[in-house]
Design a protein around this ligand. Structure first.
Ligand SMILES: *Cc1c(COP(=O)(O)O)cnc(C)c1O
Length: 431
């Protein structure tokens, strides 16, 4: 099986972290998001340990909140020694409501409004990742009004294409994120920031994309950033103290995906940064990384109840589930592949080729196409693996489908961490 926390019990049911998927569905209802806290912790530790070992004790991973943002995630990542990045006031609010320290938050976002900026500064957010000159000017003014000096990183684009999906590829020159080095525009941006009185430039940020498996893009990224830092030092005397190289390490959704050795990859990036810095006579900066997907994806499983099968003769078989694009829009958005199991019949041959369709009135509402599972009967529990990232955080109420509940497995027990939305929740803001 794809992960070590999955197994089959004597009833032929899927177990996740030792718990029977059918029992979970019966107790909490479906669709149900399941999170394995232990796997989440192991993923955090992998980053924290490898970053300390290869980049030094000051280095730290930031958890990219957008992958999965709810109160219950923050105590876990904090106790594992992680910082967090947030991309909106809503994410800041959630982290603070969970008791996460504001000074460990890095505030991203390509269009922070003045209101957002004021909220971030007055909440005591540790670092702003400033996307552009408009934001810089507002931040300079607002920090001044509030009588603080805000620590910032400047978001630069390094012009790399990490050979991944177009829609999640942000590091190229033509992007709405950050300011490009290639076009020369970064020079003006950095100089303007250095001249500000109410912000303190700690260094640079860049994020090249998502679901990246190859090492080239990260190696090239740190090289470009270090070379740019050296150029600036020579021209202005400014030396970066911090370098945030973003997130994006790939995870395994299906058996066909490679299994990335994260510590090995971090060691490689660190070695590359070290040689580059030595060549340029640059002190090695404090390094941050921003993993989101690789922290939460494999810790999550979604359970659905199937409404049964439908054969469109001469074409294909459909298996319907009681959720779909409302709880997981990733197939609709990116044609992302998933591993699907019939959790009720794990000992039967997985030889029924089918398309898993959701419940919305939308032909794109699919979770997977042409997957093979044990032929289900109406009422069977269907498990979709690796749904911890970009599922709950992207969920919607399209067709007025309430968002599912989430349970977290800790210490052998599943506890409810997000209540299932009710119909009243859905209309609660309507006057
Ligand atoms: C999305 C994003 C991340 C996290 O990416 P993953 O692929 O989930 O690791 C990190 N940093 C920034 C700026 C992002 O936009």
């Amino acid at each position: 099986m794809l992960y070590s926390n999955l197994n089959i019990n004597e009833k032929g049911h899927l177990t996740i972290g030792g718990l029977d998927a059918e029992d979970l569905a019966a107790e909490f209802g479906t669709p149900l998001y399941f999170m394995d806290e232990e796997m989440l912790r192991v993923n955090c530790r992998t980053y924290v340990d490898a970053m300390h070992r290869y980049f030094g004790p000051e280095a730290a991973p930031l958890y990219a909140s957008k992958a999965l943002c709810f109160k219950g995630v923050y105590p876990v990542i904090e106790s594992e020694g992680m910082y967090a990045d947030v991309v909106s006031p809503g994410e800041i609010y959630t982290a603070l409501a969970a008791g996460f320290p504001a000074e460990k938050l890095f505030f991203h976002g390509t269009n922070k409004t003045d209101e957002d900026i004021r909220y971030g500064v007055s909440s005591g957010v540790g670092c702003f990742v400033v996307d552009n000159a408009n934001e810089l000017r507002s931040l300079e003014r607002i920090a001044g009004e509030l009588g603080t000096k805000q620590k910032i990183l400047l978001r630069l684009t390094v012009g790399l294409d990490p050979h991944t999906l177009e829609a999640i590829n942000t590091g190229r020159v033509d992007s709405q994120f950050g300011v490009p080095i290639d076009t020369g525009q970064a020079d003006g941006f950095v100089r303007e920031a250095l001249a500000c009185e109410n912000v303190e430039v700690a260094g640079f940020h860049s994020h090249v994309g998502s679901q990246i498996f190859e090492s080239d893009s990260f190696n090239r990224q740190v090289e470009i950033l270090a070379e740019y830092a050296a150029k600036l030092r020579d021209e202005t005397g400014f030396v970066i103290r911090e370098l945030n190289i973003g997130g994006g390490l790939g995870v395994r959704y299906t058996e066909q995906d490679p299994l990335l050795d994260i510590p090995e990859r971090i060691a490689e990036i660190a070695a590359h940064l070290k040689t580059t810095c030595e060549r340029l006579g640059l002190d090695i900066p404090r390094v941050f990384m921003e993993p989101g997907r690789s922290i939460v994806a494999n810790a999550g499983v979604t359970l659905y109840t199937t409404g049964g099968t439908k054969e469109v003769r001469g074409y294909r078989n459909y298996v319907t589930v009681d959720g779909g694009m409302t709880d997981n829009p990733r197939y609709a958005l990116y044609k992302s592949e998933y591993t699907v199991l019939n959790a009720s019949r794990m000992n039967d041959a997985a030889d029924y080729e089918c398309t898993i369709a959701g419940r919305c009135c939308e032909s794109g509402d699919r979770i997977a196409e042409y997957v093979r599972i044990a032929e289900p009967e109406r009422g069977d529990i269907i498990a979709v693996l690796t749904t911890g990232a970009y599922n709950y955080s992207m969920a919607s109420n399209y067709n007025r489908v309430p968002r599912p509940a989430m349970v977290m497995l800790s210490g052998g027990k599943a506890r409810l961490v997000v209540r299932r939305e009710s119909f009243e929740d859905i209309i609660k803001n309507e006057i």
